[in-house]
Design a protein around this ligand. Structure first.
Ligand SMILES: [Zn+2]
Length: 723
């Protein structure tokens, strides 16, 4: 029998696999011993070929060549990692190697990584699949003892391939159409565009919103307080005079309890984390971006081996995990959860496990939970500790009893006026007790339990004090990463048709790709982070106006997502799906071609380019410095405003106009007076003059001197250099 080659997703994982299998001899690009060769990819080693591969004329971007629809898309070797591809391909050719174990990431992308390498390197011998959910040595060895037939994952691969091809056809064509038509670098995509549209939609709501004020009145009794109410709801008083009248009328009065209603409440513990829920909580409680959460989580999974597979959309575990729970609890011994974990091990934990254990709700991977690896928090950095704490805390909560409490609704009457309040008494803390074990604060805005005695009907209470508060009617909130992740996950609510809602139950994008989509929108300057909020830029707003309408609503993505799921389940042929994608692409491109709109970015901060008069996008860099970048592809002029503090001996207050129209600001700070001098710095000079005779807006379609691809590449490189 020959040797078995194992293909891992990346070097670090290959090293772990080699260690687990005692393969220690290292060569250039692989490990080897008598039975095994362990090698690796570096993420994708292949990519879908650029249009020019099919026809050299596509190197030049021209709207007349669109849509570009090759019959079948070809993969090519990715240039940046071609050496490793050569290593893998030559190992695949070796006579003494007769079996392959795919050990790339156990998910759709991982399957695609391995299969496209196998295809391009012509692997055709026996193939097995390693499918594991933890990176501990036990889990790895267990996985090797239970290798799967690779054919079990054929449909997953088909779906992965169909998804990447669909994204190529749609993304490439629509982006080229928009870019060449408007002479501005504009990109669109199957998931990216509807996600941006969600943000733009909210921005429009916000613009239209007209706020108003109202007042509420609260009476402080001893030992509780109650709100002035009508119809069991806190009264919103719209006129200030009216509010003053209430205060005058109720002052020093006595209230009588007219109704006391008890309600027993039961709160089940939450379910364990899937990736999206964890990204949401980490954004809310730790202020992590979705991408940051995924990165830190990957380290906890891969380097520290403390948590199970990150890219999961399940919040449940399978039956075979149940016997391993005590080991996982014991592993927490030297952590803040250790004592309670020990009590769980010795005295048992939550009995009705059927809430949490559901085979049917686990497809590829179970929920994110701690592994059996003993935890040493001193080996983690602060962010790792914080994220691990969320996961461990949630795991402990899942295994805890219900939270039981009683809500008592009390109604009081003062003449014809009604006051109401709800008093809460805790009966059993249950899972709510877990959060006190760690110092990561997750209980925000919860009503505190009532310590006093519950009143009875007929009791009288004097109004000690009246408090009125002015509130603003609530404007629609901008999305944070946490709420955008929810919106993407529940994209069905943006869709009307019932059938589509069902298909969108998986949401926009997948758990594995949502963080990436958000980052992409930010890196392309369609969205900016403002504190914890995501705000579309003028360019992002304009892109949504110009993009084909079907692509701005989740409906199209919904249809496609449903069919991709069907391909993965083996009930739809990917060739039929791709045929429809090609037709749809043609439609989308024609839609852009026939659209009469022009790129007209407007809004706050948008100024005209001093070289070519085109609109400049204003954005802030990492240091909060304001940049203006001309959006005309053939110009590319970029300037930034540099603020310098000029300490002044005397208070000098004056304004001075700069060429840009900006004024010098004079700011008083404490006792001393410092002035900020704003100067303009050219980041990228304009290329406009040289090309003006060739690429004016009107004749750009016939332009034969400008290669848009080159311009975009150049602007990409400048952007990379900056970041
Ligand atoms: Zn310009």
């Amino acid at each position: 029998m020959g040797k078995t080659i194992i293909l891992a997703e990346k070097p670090s994982v290959a090293k772990e696999l080699a260690k687990a299998l005692s393969v220690f001899k290292r060569f250039d690009g692989y490990y080897e011993q008598d039975n095994y060769v362990v090698t690796w990819a570096l993420g994708h080693l292949t990519e879908l070929a650029e249009p020019a591969y099919y026809n050299p004329k596509y190197k030049r971007w021209s709207i007349n060549d669109l849509p570009i629809i090759p019959t079948t898309l070809k993969s090519v070797i990715l240039d940046s990692t071609k050496n490793q591809f050569k290593v893998v391909a030559s190992l695949f050719k070796r006579e003494d190697i007769d079996q392959l174990i795919i050990a790339t990431d156990a998910g759709r992308e991982g399957e695609l990584v391995a299969r496209s390498i196998m295809e391009l390197a012509n692997w055709n011998k026996e193939t097995k699949r390693l499918w594991i959910s933890s990176q501990t040595k036990e889990a790895i060895l267990d996985g090797f003892n239970n290798l799967k037939e690779s054919s079990l994952y054929d449909n997953l691969y088909e779906a992965a391939k169909a998804r990447s091809h669909a994204d190529w056809y749609v993304g490439l064509n629509v982006s080229r159409a928009l870019t060449t038509k408007h002479n501005v670098s504009l990109s669109a995509g199957r998931v990216q565009t509807p996600t941006l549209a969600i943000l733009v939609e909210r921005e429009k709501e916000l613009e239209k919103f007209e706020g108003s004020f109202y007042w509420t009145v609260k009476a402080i009794f001893e030992p509780f307080s109650a709100n002035l109410s009508a119809d069991k709801k806190t009264l919103h008083i719209t006129k200030e005079q009216e509010k003053d009248n209430y205060l005058k009328e109720l002052e020093n009065k006595e209230a009588t309890v007219t109704q006391v209603l008890n309600e027993e409440k039961v709160e089940n513990p939450p379910l364990a984390y899937d990736l999206t829920e964890l990204q949401r909580d980490a954004n809310l409680y730790l202020n992590f971006s979705a991408k940051e959460t995924l990165d830190v989580l990957q380290r906890l999974y891969e380097n520290h081996k403390l948590v199970t597979y990150p890219r999961t959309d399940s919040r449940y575990i399978t039956l075979d995990i149940v016997p391993t729970l005590p080991q996982r609890l014991k592993a927490l011994e030297f952590t803040p959860f250790g004592q309670v974990a020990n009590i769980f091990v010795e005295h048992g934990y939550r009995k009705d496990m059927d809430r949490f254990v559901k085979e049917s709700k686990v497809t590829d991977h179970h929920a994110i939970i701690p592994t059996e690896q003993r935890v040493d928090l001193t080996k983690l950095n602060k962010k790792e500790v914080d994220l691990w704490t969320l996961i461990a805390k949630r795991f402990m909560e899942v295994l805890s009893e219900n939270y039981l409490y009683t809500n008592t609704d009390v109604t009081l009457q003062v003449d014809k006026h009604t006051f109401t309040t709800t008093l809460k008494k805790e009966q059993q803390k249950g899972w709510r007790d877990i959060s006190v074990l760690s110092d990561v604060v997750t209980e925000i805005g919860r009503t505190l339990p009532y310590k006093g005695e519950i009143p009875t009907v007929g009791d009288k209470f004097k109004i000690e004090k009246l408090v009125s508060r002015r509130n603003a009617t609530e404007a629609p909130q901008r999305y944070s990463e946490a709420t955008l992740l929810s919106a993407m996950e529940n994209a069905g609510r943006f869709v009307d048709e019932k059938e589509l809602k069902r298909n969108l139950s998986g949401g926009l994008g997948t758990v594995a790709t949502r963080a990436e989509i958000i980052e992409k929108l930010i890196n392309s300057y369609y969205v900016q982070r403002e504190g914890r909020y995501l705000v579309p830029t003028a360019k992002g707003i304009e892109l949504i106006r110009l993009a084909p309408e079907e692509l701005t609503s989740p409906t199209l993505t919904a249809k496609w997502e449903g069919r991709l799921a069907d391909i993965s389940d083996g009930v739809e042929q990917s060739s039929l799906f791709i045929d429809d994608i090609k037709k749809e692409t043609t439609k989308l491109v024609n839609n852009v071609k026939n659209d009469k709109s022009r790129f007209e970015m407007s809004g706050e901060g948008v100024i005209k380019c001093p070289h070519c008069d085109f609109a400049m996008l204003s954005f802030k860099d990492e240091l909060d410095q304001i940049h203006h970048k001309c959006q005309r592809l053939g110009c590319g002029y970029e300037q930034m405003l540099v603020k310098k503090i000029k300490p002044a001996k005397q208070a000098v207050v004056k304004t001075q106009k700069l060429a840009s129209g900006k004024k010098v600001m004079v700011v008083k700070k404490g006792k001393s007076v410092a002035s900020y001098e704003t100067t303009l710095k050219v980041v990228t000079p304009s290329r406009y003059k040289k090309r003006v005779e060739h690429t004016s807006y009107k004749n750009q379609e016939d332009s034969n001197t400008t290669t848009f691809a080159d311009l975009i590449k150049a602007s990409e490189q400048r952007r990379k250099k900056r970041s």
